[in-house]
Design a protein around this ligand. Structure first.
Ligand SMILES: Nc1ncnc2c1ncn2[C@@H]1O[C@H](COP(=O)(O)OP(=O)(O)O)[C@@H](O)[C@H]1O
Ligand SMILES: [Mg+2]
Length: 229
């Protein structure tokens, strides 16, 4: 098995059975190299989120295998991979509204059982990531006071905590205005480049697609190179 790929998906199939049987993903195979950015596009309902959730180990496929650096991801490895190897950014930021920006970013380190006291490695890492996304002036602010774009930037900082290998993002700019969209896209891509992360991003945004290395389209359950992107 090739260890040169951060993630390799082999013949991923997903069917839903309720209220009736639908085949959403049909034997999808995909390889992601270190530092590669991959965009997945496709019409609403084509299965992009389902595919991303499966690649992220957040949902089970009906059949198929996923390998992380050549190792088959087994159920016993999932929590370690989710907490330490992957970072997630969703359409809504899923932050704890009452907690501060810093606490939210540190939470991922706490879940990975890292010390997070002031001055600890994780604490310094969180501050550096918050600075990277341009929010140093909001460190102590409860997340509920942040704007939509700021929340997505906070979610990006959280995704990069614990130095993951792969960032998975599902329409991270879907709810933002044009200006915030561009800002969040730039921050996500430049952060991946700066910290040498691979990126899989689901997006409809043509400007964003142009900036990403590999463009794929999900159509009728099959993933193909996107010729029109
Ligand atoms: N839990 C589920 N049960 C049944 N059908 C589902 C479920 N989740 C998603 N679907 C269906 O699978 C298809 C793909 O959904 P989704 O992956 O969310 O698409 P996209 O992200 O491309 O808009 C849709 O037709 C949706 O209705
Ligand atoms: Mg979706």
């Amino acid at each position: 098995m090739n260890k040169n790929f951060v993630l390799k998906a082999e013949k991923i199939t997903k069917e839903f059975y309720h209220p009736e049987k639908i085949a959403v993903l049909k034997e999808i195979s995909l390889e992601i190299k270190p530092n590669e950015s991959v965009a997945i596009t496709g019409v609403s309902g084509s299965g992009k989120s389902t595919l991303l959730q499966i690649l992220a180990t957040l949902e089970e496929s009906t059949s198929g295998s996923i390998y992380f650096y050549g190792n088959l991801i087994r159920p016993s490895m999932i929590s370690e991979i989710r907490n330490k190897k992957f970072g997630f950014v969703f359409q809504s930021s899923n932050l704890l509204e009452e907690e501060s920006l810093l606490e939210n970013v540190l939470l991922k380190a706490k879940i990975a059982r890292r010390p997070t006291f002031k001055g600890s490695q994780a604490y310094e890492e969180a501050l550096a990531l918050i600075n990277q996304v341009g929010l140093s002036h909001r460190v102590k602010f409860p997340v509920k006071y942040l704007s939509g774009g700021e929340k997505q930037r906070a979610a990006i900082a959280r995704a990069f905590m614990n130095n993951p290998d792969l960032i998975l993002a599902d329409e991270p700019t879907g709810n933002l205005d044009k200006y915030s969209k561009e800002q969040v896209e730039t921050i996500l891509l430049t952060s991946c480049q700066k910290f040498n992360k691979s990126l899989i991003v689901v997006t409809h945004d043509n400007n964003f697609l142009k900036l990403v290395e590999t463009k794929l389209q999900l159509e009728k359950g099959i993933l193909l190179p996107c010729n029109s992107c």
